[in-house]
Structures are given as C-alpha cells and as structure tokens.
Design a protein around this ligand. Sequence first.
Ligand SMILES: [Zn+2]
Length: 236
Amino acid sequence: MNYQDDIPLAKRIKSIKTITTKTFLRIALLSLGLGVTLTLLANQSFLRQTKYSNNSNISSEKSQNKSLLGHLPYPEAPNNELVLFSPGIYVHKDIYENFKEMQFRAAQKGIALKLLSGYRSIDLQRQIFYENKSIRNQTAVERSRDSAPPGYSEHSTGYAIDVGDGDYPNTHFEVEFEQTPAFKWMKRFASKYHFVLSFPPNNKQGVTYEPWHWRFEGTVNALRKFEAANKITKFK
Ligand SMILES: [Zn+2]
C-alpha cells in the first residue's frame, strides 16, 4: 500500500500546496540561476557552432576546389543570369555587352570573331564528355585532357566561351586557330574586354592547350568562380 494513501485526501492536497508555495521561490531562484547559466552556455556553444560552421564552410570550399583529372568544379549558372547571344548559344548576361563590343572592335579591323559556344548545362557536358569518349574510344582520363567531366566545365558558369575565326572555319576548335587573325587580335586586345585564355600552352592545370577557349573575369561574381583556377595558374 502506498504511504500517501494513509493521509486523507484534503490533507494531501494541502501538503502539496504548502510544498508548492514553499519551494516556489527556491525553484524560481534556481531557475533564474540556471537560466543565466544556460544562456551563457548557449551563447558559448552558439559561438563555437558559428566558428565551427565557418570552418566547415572553408573545408567544404576546399573540397569544392578539388580538381578532377585536372579540371575544377564549377556550378551551373542560374537561368535568369543567362541571355541568348545567337541561335542556340547562351552566355552569362555579364559577358554579353563585353563580347559584342569586342566583336565590333575586331570587325572594324576586318576580323571576324565568331562565338562558337557559350553556356553549357551540366547535362550537356555529360553528353559531350561521355558520348565523345565512347565515339573516340578513349578512357575518361584520356578524354579529360581535351574535355571537362560534367560539373567541371567552365562553360557551366556561362562565363566561358569558345571563339573561332569566321573567315577560317576549318580552324574551329583546333590548335591551328592560334594562327588566325582572330586569335592574334584577341591575344592582344581580349584583356581589354576582360577575357583571358583559360588553358594556355603548358598550363599548370594540365589541361590541353585550347586557344579558342576564353573566360570572362570582368565581374566579382565571375572572378569568384575562377578563383581556384587562378590560384593554381597564377599564384603558384
Ligand atoms: Zn571551351
């Protein structure tokens, strides 16, 4: 039998009330103390968490910077940042005016800069990488010297373009493009329009020389995308 059952109900309720009243202040004081302590602890752990999450951001950035077969990972440009340049070719909106201006200036010297490709979705890059690989009977490692694996192409950002000389179409996507007036003109003047050659000969990234492939570094957003690449090629 329970001991409390021996006490009449009215007394039991009274005694509970008395205990409640007596201990109320004590509990309140304790709670206050506990509250302050908890708040302090919570703040500390929040600070620690913030610090930790900052660290984990850095480490995830570091892991994002990890290259795959010499190529660096690149995010896909959101649709609302892309504009149609010519049928089937989208570029990042930051590029549009700069390329048009560059094209116009070159045309004044009788040079035909032709935009061959711009933005590529990761899906399209997947097709290019795996389908070309199977057509050419290459392994992924062999293929990666000429083409980026999906998720690792500068083209996904919308800031990379492939340029050809409209007067020499047989040099499109060929190293011979470097002998065309278009390439020679770009080598001298493209930087004025914030375009740089992504994969010059013997680049430290180990990607095959691509005289036709240029990237835009004329905005902070663009620069951020290519920071890891610039660290490898320019600051080492
Ligand atoms: Zn390209």
